[in-house]
Design a protein around this ligand. Sequence first.
Ligand code: B12
Length: 210
Amino acid sequence: MAKQEILDGLKDAIVNMDEDKARDLSEEALDEGIGAFEAITEGLARGMKVVSDKFDKAEVYLPQVMKSADAMQAAMEVLRPELQEGEETGKGKVVIGTVEGDIHEIGKNVVVAMLQGSGFDVIDLGRDIALKEFVERAEEEKADIVAASALMSTTKPGQKKIVELIQEKGLDLKTMFGGAPVTEEWVEEIGGDGYAPNAAEATGLAESLL
Ligand code: B12
């Protein structure tokens, strides 16, 4: 199968909620020499963008979105180890999670995969993570960066709290934030160090923060 056909197939597998196809095509992508990074950004993430847009226009509903999310996770299971086997560049350490009260994790997982793929040591706390845990773990692990994802306007203030907790403890830690309702202006307002609109830019951002 041609490269573009595989990438389009990955996108369609997410849109069509087809877990088996997402997994099979991810394997095929690797067999054909397509990098895991490219399969994620040019295939899967494009599909998830279509699903997000459809959800916003009420063209699909939560059960379908969850099935697309499952297809995305299935594909990521195939692709993620390939990213981890990437070059060991000994870059910095990042503690990342989705803030308390927020169970959205797809975008965060893509950011994790990209950071790992570009050589960062990543500690993924998961989703719905207590705000003090971000800071405590970063302190324990001697991390360089705390990264937090928030997908809802109600959970976005958790990012502000993380900055406050770091300031209260006087820690030498950089912060970076993202998620659909998060903007550059918001991150500036709360005193965060960096914002990225997507996973591809998150890696460049992390590098610039070190
Ligand atoms: C998928 C989804 C779900 C799935 C989540 C599955 C999962 N395992 O993650 C399910 C179905 C479970 C779900 C549940 C809910 N959802 Co929902 N969901 C979405 C949806 C459609 C897509 C999100 C997504 O995965 N996008 C794809 C990924 C790849 O993109 P992304 O998350 O934006 O991430 C990218 C960037 O933002 C960035 N990024 C993300 N994180 C970070 C972090 C850092 C550090 C950096 C630098 C960058 C970065 O990089 C990522 C990759 O490029 C959005 C719609 C939307 N427009 O976002 C609604 C949306 C986020 N959900 C919403 C809501 C309200 C809910 C529910 C409350 C619904 C309900 N009534 O039950 C619950 C939440 C319960 C809770 N306590 O959290 C609202 C939030 C509204 C708001 N602004 O407050 C949205 C915006 C839909 C809407 N228009 O109403 N949801």
